[in-house]
Design a protein around this ligand. Sequence first.
Ligand code: ATP
Ligand code: MG
Length: 424
Amino acid sequence: MADTRRQEQTRRLLSLAAGRFANNRWMFGAGAAAVLGLASYAGAPKAPVFCALGFLVFAAFLAPNRPRGQRHAGQTAATDRGRLEGLSARSLAEAVGDPLIVFDRAGTAVHVNQAARSAFNATAPGLSLLMKFRAPEMQSAIERVRTGAVDNEVVDYTERVPIERVYRATVSAIGRGTGLNVVVFKDQSEARRIDRMRADFIANASHELRTPLASISGFVETLRGPARNDAVARDNFLQIMQNQTARMARLIDDLLSLSRLEMKPYLPPGATVDVRQVVESVIDSLAPLARESGVVVERNLGDQPLEARGDRDELFQVFENLLENACKYGQAGGRVVVSVEIAGGPAAEVAVTIRDFGPGIPEEHIPRVTERFYRVDVDNSRAQKGTGLGLAIVKHILTRHNGRLTIWSKPGEGAAFTVHLPAK
Ligand SMILES: Nc1ncnc2c1ncn2[C@@H]1O[C@H](COP(=O)(O)OP(=O)(O)OP(=O)(O)O)[C@@H](O)[C@H]1O
Ligand SMILES: [Mg+2]
């Protein structure tokens, strides 16, 4: 037993020593060559030479290894640094995704990268930047950096052709005394658009809430003053106030609905819905509104189940909104047709169309009706107790369902809203 352990230890020691010797072989080789070279040059006796060689062998067995990874990482970093230093500034500039222009002391472009060539028309080496970028802030930034007054300057710049884009331009000197400068453009258009949308949204939402609030506050004042003892006026005003609070509540519900939808952009996998059955129940639930509006709802639904991937409650909200709009705004046509179709093929889809025969939507408004708070006729929508958020909610839900909404309309002939959903 003890023998086996001793053998195992010896084996491990030998393998460690062999590994160290293999790793340090270059050190040993170099040392041995130096000793032999010196010995033959100086004609030294053999004994000290053998001693020196023996010492080198001994050292090669004992000297610890440098970890492989560390050696490798050190070598890689050194090679990478070398490669970076050998890299041309031109290839570096080309690799930058933002528009970038290198220019000289005279303000003439020396290099224009690919992104700058596609962002700015007719921009090439040799062009004078002061001629190209005429905005006073850009001119002053280029001028100040070019003449060495400052090392760098950041300015906003708007390019109007081919489409308006807003950039944040950073103009900087390259190194010290190179006489070269660079301007890099960061596109801010998308961020600005989102900021504007957010500001518009808040302005619209507060305006929509302020209107009924102002009306309620006016009636409260009248009830406390001139109409204090007028029972008929009091009933009348209280009714209006109730309607206004209901409108505010509806608006808040719609806003919450939109924000909830924004919080959950993806549909859980595996959810399926019988679209025909959802459409049937929406028509049933809106029967009182149809009756009130004097509209007959015709069903063209077939009788087989039509399965689509989707969330039942959300799709209910979609069809409810569309049918409600058809009854409210297409009232004059006196009839609404709801039809369901399935398109086969590789992109199988279920299409539900809600068609009314009312006044329709003028062509220029069609692309905008799904925007939040957008109404074709604001007074008519308010009179119909609309908040202008219905179609925005529809669009959001359909995006979540990987579906889409198409709108057809001819003024005087009505409108048709079609919901396309991927079939299961
Ligand atoms: N079938 C239709 N015929 C004519 N105009 C329509 C029709 N459907 C929608 N519109 C127009 O589109 C606008 C936006 O509709 P949307 O459903 O988003 O809002 P709303 O009906 O005013 O309010 P909400 O649906 O929140 O009650 C409506 O105000 C209306 O002007
Ligand atoms: Mg609506």
